[in-house]
Every structure is written in C-alpha cells, then in structure tokens.
Design a protein. Structure first.
Length: 361
C-alpha cells in the first residue's frame, strides 16, 4: 500500500462499530492509542491506530471486553488539529495587519454567534465566520453586526454570513429557557449575572414592574428563582412581545407574569400608579427619560428601583444621582441609594452602570 502525504503505517485494532467506544476506552487507559492519527471507519467496522503490537496477555484481556477484534498493519492519516480559539484558527490565514484588526470576542445566543467585522476585514468575513465554526463546534450559525442598536425598539441589525440559516436562538440561563429572534428584539446575555443578583433580593409577595421587558429575561428569571407574587412585563416592540408570550409559556410562568404591550410613559402613570414593590429598568439607552414614570408607579411604602445607564467612565454616577434627586423632589418622593456598581465596559470612554435606590412617599 502506497503512503499518501503525511500518512504513516501503524499496527491497528479493528472491531465492529457497536464496540468502538469500549475499545477506545480500553486503548486510552493503557496508553496504546496513537492520538496524532485519525481512526479509520468503514461501513461496519472501525480501525484504531496503536503504538505497538498487542502482547498475548493484552490480546487475551481485550477479548474479554471486545470478543471480536483483529489486528493488522495499515496506513493512517494525521489527525486534524482542532483550533482552540478564533485567533488560533486565523493566525496563519490573515496578514499581520489584518490579524491586528480582528475582533476575537463575540456574543453567543444558544448556537448562534454574533460577531463584529471591522470595515477593513469585510472582504474576509466568510473566512472569519468559517474559522469560528471550525473552532467552536457548538456554534451552528454566525451573524455579523450591521450597526449599533437603532430605532425605537433599540434592536441590533444582523446578517447571517456562515452556517445554518436560522435567526431564532434557544438560550438557557439560570434554569430558564428563552426563544430569541436575533436582530429583531433587544437581548443581552451579559446581564445574566444582574438578573440573578436581583432575583436573590426579591422578597415573598413582591409585585414587580419589568420595564422594557423584551423577550422576558428579567421577569422569567425572577419567577423561576424567587417567591415574587407577580411581574408585569411592559414592552413596546410587538415582535418581542410575541416571543415574551411564548417564553412565559415555555417556563410555565403564565400565572405570575403578565405581558403588557405599549409605551412605559403612557401605560405606567395610568394603570400602575403607586403599584410596584420593585422595578427593573434595563433599557440599553435612554432609561433616564422614564425615571419619572418609575417613581410614579413606586409603592408609597417603598419600592426598590434598579436603574441601568450608559455613562462616561471618568465620572459615572454624579449625573444620575442628581437626576434621581431632581425627579424625586418634583414628585415629592424620598429616595435612598442602596447600591451602585459598574456592570460592564462598552468602550474605553463609556461604561454601563446600575444604581439600586429606594423611592417612597
């Protein structure tokens, strides 16, 4: 048998495919498997390359586990090395200048990856996307961002550039499952820690206002991980509300979460005045414009408001503290800051923060 490029001849052990896993484990346990070369499957059998011929005792022991096997000498091809990261998969495929511009971080929603392609690398987007599929076998679809969050629904437009043609992700978090229409509703997997942080604070019997609820991650995580009484999930985007309805049913929370489609500014002052024990406000941009609505809907005996904002990294809290104080004074409310922290970096100049504060009459 003539060897092809890179092929080498080894002793091999052949067995039926039904016994392949048992044989593999036995060879690995005895350090006999030649890991740098591929196994060779046929229609009914599989051949494993081994480092040396089995001794009589080894063959006798193996027969107890795999009654039917045979040894031969065969040519095996070198194993294809699986890249451990996107950078490793592209290191030899991009020039040094191109490689320096590569954005190797990306978001994943289920088996969908969302990546950023710099303008200078747009001609290489297929190469980059396929490298991502190669380096991460759990990813089946790769999308690229087409721009920042935009429009009144604050959605981030995307385009599929490799893999399966699917834009509905199945995402799991904190014991919950979500269907997410990628590019048509706002969702941030990076707020998962925040969702659980708040869930642990919720007291039995609380009624919660989930403003800008999207497909329901905050209220559904709360329902699954707290003893809240109920959550009213308010969302303007009709596509998001459709998936919110579906996610409530998926997580068996239909008796505790009540979707409300509409504008927080219009709905809350009319329907939810003095109503909520806790309010969460994870709008990606512009939540300060809804702070008055939140305070109007705060329960007179006290309501904890979790307020998120993108702010300058240099002086992140001063402007928001001032706004809270000014709004409270206008509505004759008392406020008390309970907690503040940086949630994540957005850029060198901008970060996302959360401020937890109490509002009461």
């Amino acid at each position: 048998m003539k060897a092809g490029q890179g092929e080498c001849e080894f002793f091999s052990v052949k067995t039926e495919k039904k016994n392949a896993e048992k044989l593999h484990q036995w060879l690995v346990a005895r350090q006999l498997l030649e890991h740098n070369f591929e196994t060779m499957p046929s229609a009914d059998f599989i051949f494993f390359p081994i480092k040396r011929k089995l001794s009589e005792k080894e063959a006798k022991d193996l027969k107890k586990i795999v009654p039917s096997f045979a040894m031969n000498r065969l040519l095996f091809s070198p194993a294809t090395k699986q890249p451990k990261s996107l950078k490793e998969a592209l290191r030899e495929k991009l020039s040094q200048e191109e490689f320096s511009k590569l954005v190797s971080s990306f978001d994943t929603l289920g088996n969908i990856a969302i990546i950023e392609i710099p303008e200078e690398l747009e001609k290489k987007e297929k190469l980059i996307a396929n490298a991502l599929l190669q380096s991460n076998k759990s990813i089946k679809t790769v999308c690229k961002k087409l721009g920042a969050h935009q429009g009144k629904f604050r959605v981030e437009p995307v385009k599929i550039i490799a893999g399966e043609k699917n834009l509905v992700a199945t995402y799991r978090e904190s014991g919950c499952v979500f269907k997410i229409p990628v590019g048509k509703a706002f969702f941030s997997p990076r707020l998962g820690t925040e969702r659980m942080r708040i869930a642990r604070q919720i007291k039995p019997g609380e009624v919660i206002g989930a403003f800008f609820a999207g497909v329901g991650p905050f209220p559904i995580v709360f329902a699954k991980n707290s003893q809240m009484e109920a959550a009213f999930a308010i969302e303007l985007n009709p596509v998001a509300v459709k998936f919110l309805d579906e996610n409530i049913l998926l997580n068996k929370a239909e008796n505790r979460i009540f979707p409300v489609q509409g504008d927080v500014k219009k709905i809350v002052p009319k329907k939810f005045k003095d109503f909520f024990h806790r309010i969460v406000m994870p709008l990606p941009k512009g939540a300060e414009n809804f702070l008055e609505s939140a305070m109007i809907s705060a329960h007179p005996k006290g309501c904890v408001i979790h307020f998120y904002a993108f702010v300058p990294a240099a002086n992140p809290y001063e402007k928001i503290f001032s706004l809270i104080e000014k709004t409270a004074k206008k509505l004759c409310k008392k406020t008390r800051i309970l907690h503040k922290q940086k949630v994540r970096a957005f850029s060198k100049e901008t970060i996302q923060i959360v401020i937890d504060f109490e509002a009461r009459d």
